[in-house]
Design a protein around this ligand. Structure first.
Ligand code: C2E
Ligand code: MG
Ligand code: MG
Ligand code: MG
Length: 285
């Protein structure tokens, strides 16, 4: 009996594993076709200058409408897409969609797009960015590419060459999620970043948590020393924003300033027209 149960338990376990494997294969298959099938769309989150609270740009964030399934966070499907190679068609679709969209915005507004390490390391990445800029007419100065530290761990020389070529196009490069990866400090010195984005884990409760405040202050000092503007991610309260203001942080992004949403939601900013009065700006949640 004990043996039968053991066997049953084992078979049950095996079944679950193979279900999960099948699910995963199905997701990966669907991811490979998500761009072609028109299942991807972008949402945009405002980025503000801390001193004036003015919106200076947007971060573009991808969403996947998978038929028959609910929303899946990009924090889940992007890593799967990276593992199975689907990130390449997805990343290319994202870059085109975002540049096309941003090309229609009033001039000073910039757009930040997340680029996966896998995509960054493909040999034709710089050529793709160049082509898309030409196709869409977006000024390279208004495009910012966000990369995380994981993009920097492999093949130092090639990564450096790629980032320099992007800079030569006029594109800006931001280090995303700063403080969560490793060898952060040497990366900042070795690679030509234009901006540091402090990870939201340090920003949350920065007004009440002394450790978080100390870390944010030191990153701001680092930015000042290196001549790099610093943007805080994940600003959820006015108190956090006031702290950042008092510490002279350059930029802020987070639910308090605006949740990511379809670009139409920000039409009063992106279709700014000097002759028409802007509608009331939505009050932050
Ligand atoms: P990320 O680039 O660090 O993007 C910021 C994430 O924080 C977004 O999650 C955003 O919705 C969320 N966020 C913004 N403000 C707040 C806040 O005040 N509080 C909290 N709790 N969260 C906030 P999202 O859209 O789920 O994206 C997750 C991650 O997926 C991104 O992190 C990025 O690494 C990746 N990702 C998203 N879109 C793309 C894309 O188009 N391409 C690539 N390669 N990766 C993407
Ligand atoms: Mg980002
Ligand atoms: Mg981030
Ligand atoms: Mg992140």
């Amino acid at each position: 009996r004990a043996k039968a149960e053991q066997l049953g338990g084992y078979r049950f376990f095996e079944q679950t594993m193979s279900d999960e494997l099948n699910d995963r294969r199905q997701i990966e298959h669907d991811l490979r076709h998500a761009a072609d099938r028109g299942e991807l769309y972008m949402v945009y989150q405002p980025q503000a200058a801390v001193a004036s609270s003015a919106i200076v740009g947007f971060e573009a964030l991808v969403r996947w409408r998978r038929p028959g399934h609910g929303q899946m966070s990009p924090a889940i499907f992007i890593p799967l897409a990276e593992e199975c190679g689907a990130i390449l068609p997805i990343g290319e679709w994202v870059l085109r969609a975002v540049c096309k969209e941003a090309a229609g915005w009033p001039n000073p507004l910039s757009v930040a797009v997340n680029v996966s390490p896998v995509q960054l390391h493909t040999p034709n990445f710089v050529a793709l960015v160049h082509t898309v800029l030409l196709e869409t007419g977006l000024s390279p100065r208004r495009l910012e590419i966000e990369i995380t530290e994981t993009a920097l761990v492999r093949d130092f020389a090639r990564t450096l060459a790629t980032l320099r070529q992007l800079k030569a196009l006029g594109v800006r490069i931001a280090m995303d999620d700063f403080g969560t990866g490793y060898s952060s400090l040497s990366n900042l010195r070795a690679f030509p970043f234009d901006k540091i984005k402090i990870d939201r884990s340090f920003v949350s409760a920065v007004d009440t948590n002394q450790q978080a405040a100390a870390i944010v202050r030191s990153v701001l000092g680092l930015g000042r020393g290196l001549g790099l503007p610093v943007m805080a991610e994940g600003v959820e309260t006015q108190a956090e924003l006031l702290f950042l203001q008092s510490e002279a942080c350059d930029g802020a992004q987070g639910y308090f300033l605006g949740r990511p949403g379809p670009i139409d939601q920000f039409a009063h900013l992106t279709r700014a027209n000097l002759h028409a009065p802007a509608p009331d700006v939505e009050t932050p949640p």
